[in-house]
Design a binder for this molecule. Structure first.
Ligand code: FES
Ligand SMILES: [Fe+2]
Length: 392
């Protein structure tokens, strides 16, 4: 993030702090909790938000070199991303055209060829079928060109790898990020390196899991024994960019530090978390420890009261060999374990409890405060997509 942007955000923080307020939406919003349990709504969301629209699958830094590949499950679509000799990233359904086995797992370097583990069919980096060892004449008469891996529209934008499962044709993401594009690009996500991931099933609707990332208000209370020791609930600064958003959760030491330093030495990132909300289901959290977390909440394929959440954890550069690398690896491992513990227990336990309260049928709405503008924008943006599709 450019220093001038950091300074602007710090000025906003200082003004809000002096005025004893925080960034506000114009009004409160009463929110019908039926959206967390209704089966028809869940079906519409899966169809309209998770098929055919851009979804953040990974970061550019997942595929630094030609021939690098990564298997990511984008909701219920097993997806294989690969960087070709031309530098372009391609995406495929991670399913062999013979009988559907996954052709790759995790992160790897395919070199120039993928080999399916089941009967060893091989594919090149464009997904074209190369070989069928020992098949003899078993597939004679089949059109080999039709046996390439099934392509999925993909684009690389602002250091993000974005796919649209179920879409046809090229993916146009030119305007997708709107006004947050340049700020996101300034983070250089191509230099981050994948460290590890966690995948958890959570007994709540995917939107409840996502809601937990959309306000800082709860930090002083829910996280009083963990991240609340170092981060402020208020004031928080937030901006919306169409359906997307960016919030800043400020560190408790920031005000004291900036008071002692000239403006050109102000350091927002060393004392705060910057949180991007990328519609509909991804969050990129960039805390002061320097790593990047990509969180993705996916609906369960049939049950509105369940979801799957992925945490993809990245270090700001590769980890070197040797003692320094060992220390660095241990540092980031502690950060990953701590982050996962806080969110999976403190946050998601609340969301599971809320889901059970909604399922009672006696709770009909919740209220989003003026001090929770990103929550309001997220749900209004979903409503707008569903209403637009319904009108067409
Ligand atoms: S399923 Fe891949 S080679 Fe048979
Ligand atoms: Fe939280």
């Amino acid at each position: 993030m450019r220093h001038s942007a950091q300074v602007d955000l710090i000025h906003r923080f200082l003004k809000l702090r002096a005025d004893r307020t925080t960034d506000m939406a114009p009004d409160t919003r009463h929110h019908d909790v039926g959206v967390y349990v209704d089966e028809g709504r869940a079906t519409a969301e899966r169809a309209l938000l998770f098929r055919g629209r851009p979804l953040v699958a990974a970061l550019s830094g997942d595929l630094p070199d030609t021939g690098d590949c990564v298997a990511v499950d984008v909701g219920d679509v097993p997806t294989l991303l690969v960087r070709g000799e031309d530098g372009q990233v391609r995406a495929f359904l991670n399913a062999c055209r013979h009988r559907g086995s996954r052709v790759a797992e995790g992160h790897g370097h395919a070199g120039r060829v993928f080999t399916c583990p089941y009967h060893a069919w091989t594919y090149d980096l464009h997904g074209d079928l190369l070989g069928q060892p020992l098949a003899r004449d078993g597939f004679a008469g089949e059109d080999r060109e039709a046996l390439g891996l099934h392509p999925i529209p993909v684009a690389e934008v602002a250091g993000l790898l974005v796919v649209a499962p179920g879409a046809t044709g090229p993916l146009d993401v030119e305007d997708w990020l709107g006004g947050v594009h340049d700020e996101l690009a300034s983070w250089d996500f191509d230099r981050y390196r994948f460290f590890d991931e966690r995948v958890v099933e959570v007994d709540c609707n995917w939107k409840l899991a996502y809601d937990t990332f959309l306000e800082a208000y709860h930090i002083f209370s829910l996280h009083s024994r963990t991240v609340g020791k170092g981060l402020l609930s208020t004031p928080a600064v937030g901006d919306t960019f169409g359906p997307h958003g960016r919030g800043v959760v400020f560190g408790k030491q920031l005000a004291r530090t900036v008071a002692e330093l000239p403006e050109d030495e102000w350091d927002l990132l060393g004392h705060s978390s910057v949180v991007y909300q990328l519609f509909p289901n991804a969050v990129i959290n960039l805390p002061s420890s320097g790593h990047a977390e990509v969180w993705q909440a996916y609906p369960h394929p049939s049950d509105p009261s369940r979801c799957r959440v992925h945490l993809r954890f990245y270090t700001p550069d590769g980890i070197p060999e040797g003692p320094e690398g060992d220390r660095s690896r241990a540092f980031f491992q502690r950060n990953l374990d701590f982050t996962a513990e806080v969110v999976l227990t403190e946050d998601f336990q609340q969301q599971e409890a809320i889901q059970r309260n909604i399922a009672s049928g006696l709770m009909h709405e919740m209220v989003f405060g003026r001090n929770e503008p990103a929550l309001q924008n997220f749900h209004a943006s979903i409503d707008a997509v569903l209403a637009r599709e319904a009108a067409e």
